[in-house]
Design a protein around this ligand. Structure first.
Ligand SMILES: Cc1cc2nc3c(=O)[nH]c(=O)nc-3n(C[C@H](O)[C@H](O)[C@H](O)COP(=O)(O)OP(=O)(O)OC[C@H]3O[C@@H](n4cnc5c(N)ncnc54)[C@H](O)[C@@H]3O)c2cc1C
Length: 295
């Protein structure tokens, strides 16, 4: 039995906003794969829940007229991985969310829940960071758009105000056209395992595939919230596609990351992972882009 005080079911986004204002202490529940566990553990026991799971308008992926890819917040991981738009334009995201938990979790868990729980290990987060994703939030004052880096305020805390819910995740055309990415999850086993560290690298190469025109590196569990390796990106932009550049990435990212000790891994080991994973993900992203690194 779950200790739930009341369950309100929203029948539209506006109704969800209204319910959130009427019940300010209530917790949103989407797929419930985080919320129900917290209720069972006692952390959210006895709370009111507002279910948004029935809002089909928040489910699915579409390409807008200006090329922006809109991912509804209730879209499941399974749906994302199989979606033709994702496979064509954002395959790195489909691959990243295919590493979440196991098949059941990937069917019930939503990308909105994965980002709104504010957890640094969320498998979608580092890739969404490396894609410059923008979070669409709907609330009593309408819609506001927040770059994903600003959405994360601290461990378990995201920029959602009273009466607000996340409605979509947006990836602008300029953020994905010409880019190829690769995500690596390091965990202690392959399934049903939270990332010890995750790293997602997106690159855009020059036409002749010899120069890194742009690079975006996202991390999970390299700090209290997911982060971008901005310093490394600035150093590497414009460098040759080479083994030397790859080694430089491995060295420079140590300035960007600040992991900590936990029972899963020591700080030093995580720093080593951050370095090695960025180099490997870079190699794969270059390969997917049609480039080659001479070893
Ligand atoms: C066995 C198991 C294995 C797991 N493995 C992984 C893993 O490998 N990788 C990984 O990243 N995660 C993993 N998870 C965590 C979880 O499945 C994901 O975080 C999932 O994406 C949560 O989505 P949900 O729809 O179930 O969220 P819910 O549990 O419904 O909600 C999660 C949080 O987000 C809030 N929320 C949800 N949707 C919205 C919205 N649209 N607007 C505002 N707030 C919202 C809720 O209030 C709650 O705080 C695992 C969980 C379990 C139980």
């Amino acid at each position: 039995m779950y200790d739930i005080k009341a369950l309100y079911e929203a029948d539209s986004v506006q109704h969800a906003v209204q319910l959130l204002l009427e019940h300010p202490e209530a917790v949103i529940i989407a797929g419930g794969s985080d919320v129900l566990i917290k209720i069972r553990e006692g952390k959210l026991a006895g709370r009111e829940l507002i279910s948004i799971y029935g809002l089909d308008e928040l489910r699915g992926i579409r390409k807008e007229e200006d090329g922006t890819i809109r991912i509804g917040s209730l879209t499941s991981f399974r749906h994302i991985t199989a979606d033709p738009i994702i496979r064509k334009h954002l395959s790195v995201l489909g691959e990243a969310v295919d590493m979440v938990g196991g098949p059941q979790i990937r069917s019930i868990g939503t990308i909105g829940g994965n980002t709104c729980n504010g957890v640094t290990s969320a498998d979608s987060a580092s890739t969404l960071f490396s894609l410059d994703a923008v979070i669409e939030i709907t609330g009593p004052d309408g819609i506001r758009l927040v770059p994903i880096e600003q959405f994360y305020l601290g461990p378990g805390k995201v920029d959602l105000r009273a009466g607000e819910l996340q409605t979509s995740i947006l990836i602008a055309k300029d953020s994905y056209i010409g880019y190829k990415g690769h995500y690596i999850k390091y965990g202690m086993r392959n399934a049903m395992e939270i990332a010890t560290t995750g790293c997602s690298v997106n690159v855009k190469l020059s036409r002749d595939k010899k120069t890194v025109r742009d690079i975006r590196i996202g991390y999970g569990v390299a700090g209290p919230v997911p982060l971008r390796a901005r310093h490394t990106e600035d150093v590497i932009r414009g460098c040759a596609v080479s083994a030397e550049t790859r080694s430089r990435i491995g060295e420079e990212v140590r300035e960007d990351v600040h992991p900590r000790d936990s029972w899963r891994a020591a700080k030093d080991f995580r720093e080593h992972l951050c370095s090695t994973m960025a180099m490997r993900a870079f190699t794969e992203a270059v390969r997917k882009s049609g480039g080659e690194i001479d070893d």
